[in-house]
Design a protein around this ligand. Structure first.
Ligand code: SF4
Length: 115
């Protein structure tokens, strides 16, 4: 099986071709080793960092931006978004504060300060 991918590791956006034979993935089109590893990961265990916003209950019309501290399995993105949507927080919030704990092996942390 062949997969055509665009590397998202850097703005260059190299076009990658991954030839998948069982557990073996052969990559061409990469300019650097990061692209090769990206294609292998994408074909074997795709993960993503999720970014979103959480409602701040004690500040009118205020949301705090957040992200998963580590990438999560791509097929869990909608589950993580549901958890984030059901989460609220009270100000003050500092960058790095944990908003959701133990979300598919990582945490959701604030990426903005709310005084
Ligand atoms: S293969 Fe390397 S140079 Fe090309 S987009 Fe990926 S990280 Fe950037």
């Amino acid at each position: 099986m062949t997969r055509n991918l665009t590397c998202i590791i850097c703005p260059r956006g190299c076009s990658l071709v991954a030839e998948i034979n069982g557990n073996e993935v052969k990559v061409t089109g990469h300019t650097c080793p990061k692209g090769e590893q990206y294609a292998i990961d994408e074909c074997t265990n795709p993960v993503r960092t999720v970014t979103s916003i959480v409602r701040v209950t004690n500040r009118e019309d205020t949301m705090v931006s957040c992200k998963t501290e580590n990438p999560i399995p791509k097929d869990k993105i909608f589950d993580v978004m549901a958890i984030i949507r059901s989460t609220t927080v009270e100000a003050p919030v500092s960058i790095g504060d944990v908003l959701c704990d133990d979300v598919f092996g990582t945490r959701v942390i604030a990426t903005k300060e709310i005084k």
